[in-house]
Design a protein around this ligand. Structure first.
Ligand SMILES: NC(=O)c1ccc[n+]([C@@H]2O[C@H](COP(=O)([O-])OP(=O)(O)OC[C@H]3O[C@@H](n4cnc5c(N)ncnc54)[C@H](OP(=O)(O)O)[C@@H]3O)[C@@H](O)[C@H]2O)c1
Length: 279
């Protein structure tokens, strides 16, 4: 297939390329070559390149930054995606869009299925939800993939930050009252690879298996990296940040399993592989 990837320089974009490059023809775009907020360019570019699938890995992902730069958040995360959906409709190709657990408000107490009640509490979450709604309104051929707590080789992420802090800290404070599922970008990219080979359109929750709090995740990272760092649990309100985060956003990968796919491996196995790779 001919697959166009937006945001191909990003953390997920990097692993999508790795996973897809040997079996598909890729058209790689970045914010410089295809700014998704530029409606005319998006329409022209996609109508000329005529991909079979567009994978949108572009977003304004600075969750706290989104609170301060709301216009930019909605321009990229909502309008940009709307532009892609319009362009995909024009050439009748499918759109894979990556969304987030932050479309939920955090009040759930058990893993949330795709039809769980949405209610974003941050500008980032609201801007991502608006994109989902635009896609559903414009397209029939779409895969909306909600995922969570991403980390990979090519980007800033929580495990990397923890390991950097371990270099010159003997103790750190980490939030314990936010629970979710850390997800390794190569695993997510592999799942997207499988999904686009089907016509099982719809909304999917795709994360690694199992779940933890940030605090538990930090402790596990230090344990397997062999770092002697004391992790002091704090509440999210003690660890003030501009954007509120859901306190519980574990995603049940229901649609994925119902369609016959195997659950992704546990986050504990994935992080072991990642740490082995970067150390
Ligand atoms: N990171 C997480 O924990 C997480 C969790 C759940 C869902 N997600 C979603 O997963 C997807 C991938 O996330 P990621 O962590 O891989 O993101 P990332 O590393 O921040 O990459 C995002 C990419 O989007 C590009 N971009 C920004 N504005 C653009 C524009 N106007 N036009 C075209 N490209 C633009 C950026 O390019 P420049 O660098 O050139 O600006 C960057 O390469 C996003 O949709 C995100 O919302 C992420």
């Amino acid at each position: 297939m001919k697959i166009l990837i937006t945001g191909s320089n990003g953390m997920l974009g990097h692993d999508l390329i790795e996973v897809l490059k040997d079996s598909h023809e890729l058209i790689l775009t970045t914010s410089k070559t295809l700014d998704i907020t530029d409606e005319n360019h998006v329409l022209d570019f996609i109508s000329q390149s005529k991909p079979d699938v567009v994978i949108n890995a572009a977003a304004y992902t600075d969750v706290d930054g989104c609170e301060q730069n709301q216009e930019l958040a909605y321009a990229v995360n909502s309008e940009g995606v709307r532009n892609l959906a319009l362009a995909c409709r024009q050439v009748d190709c499918a759109l894979v869009h990556i969304s987030t657990d932050y479309v939920f408000d955090g009040s759930a107490t058990e893993p949330i299925g795709e039809d769980g009640e949405i209610g974003p509490i941050s500008v980032y979450g609201k801007s991502k939800l608006k994109a989902e709604q635009a896609i559903e309104e414009i397209l029939d051929k779409f895969y909306i993939v909600r995922t969570a707590w991403l980390y990979g080789i090519n980007g800033k992420n929580f495990p990397k930050t923890m390991l950097e802090l371990a270099e010159n800290h003997s103790q750190i404070t980490v939030v314990y009252d936010e629970v979710g599922t850390p997800t390794y970008t190569p695993d997510l990219a592999g799942a997207i690879f499988k999904l686009i080979e089907t016509d099982y359109y719809g909304i999917y929750h795709i994360t690694n298996s199992d779940y933890c709090s940030w605090c538990e995740f930090a402790r596990y990272i230090f344990e397997i990296a062999g770092k002697d760092v004391k992790v002091i649990p704090v509440t999210a309100s003690e660890f003030a940040r501009p954007a509120p985060r859901p306190s519980y956003s574990v995603l049940e990968n229901k649609n994925w399993i119902d369609k016959g796919f195997k659950p992704l491996r546990s986050y504990k196995d994935a992080i072991k592989e990642y740490i082995e790779l970067i150390k």
